[in-house]
Design a protein. Structure first.
Length: 184
């Protein structure tokens, strides 16, 4: 009988320790970043509008969406393409990148790895990271950039420009290479 009481007391103690450990893990998980839902899609198209005007259409081969800490996050891990439109509905520029992530609440999209942006003026931007701020209607980076125009190649660190890449400024220019007409 005495051994049975010790056995029951031991089981209760072990259970209490395990339950206490489980409660601690649940509390830790509740304090950590909580993912409320997730969604996935292939060959997805997202349209961005502002005041009734189409601003951009984003295409993603694979899209993973999650809601985390009150923010919807859209990851595009296998490539992203975007077309940017003017108020007349004409494409003014387009972008491609190997990866992208969009923070819907902040209206911020970051694209990375082999980022290329082209505009209707024939200008081309190459960089490894570019951020699109929809609220400010700007694109920017602090990384190395190379811009190729009809007449020159301009390199530097950092860039800020309009979201349609119609106007831009390199923050820290490194150099300009003139392109000879016969080399085109």
């Amino acid at each position: 009988m005495k051994n049975a009481i010790y056995l029951i007391a031991s089981i209760i103690t072990i259970s209490a320790c395990n339950n206490q450990y489980a409660k601690k893990n649940v509390a830790d998980m509740l304090q950590a970043d909580t993912i409320l839902y997730s969604q996935q899609g292939k060959n997805v198209t997202i349209k961005y509008t502002d005041s009734g005007f189409l601003k951009a259409i984003v295409f993603a081969k694979v899209l993973n969406g999650i809601k985390k800490d009150g923010n919807e996050i859209i990851k595009m891990p296998e490539g992203v393409k975007a077309d940017f439109y003017n108020k007349e509905g004409i494409i003014e520029s387009y972008l491609t990148a190997n990866k992208g992530i969009s923070y819907q609440a902040q209206k911020i999209t970051e694209v990375s790895e082999n980022v290329i942006v082209r505009n209707n003026k024939g200008e081309k931007l190459n960089t490894e990271l570019l951020t699109w701020d929809q609220n400010k209607q700007l694109i920017y980076t602090d990384k190395f950039v190379k811009i190729t125009t009809e007449k020159e190649i301009i390199t530097g660190d950092g860039l800020i420009g309009k979201q349609d890449f119609s106007e831009w400024t390199i923050k820290k220019p490194r150099g300009i290479i003139q392109i000879a007409k016969d080399s085109i």
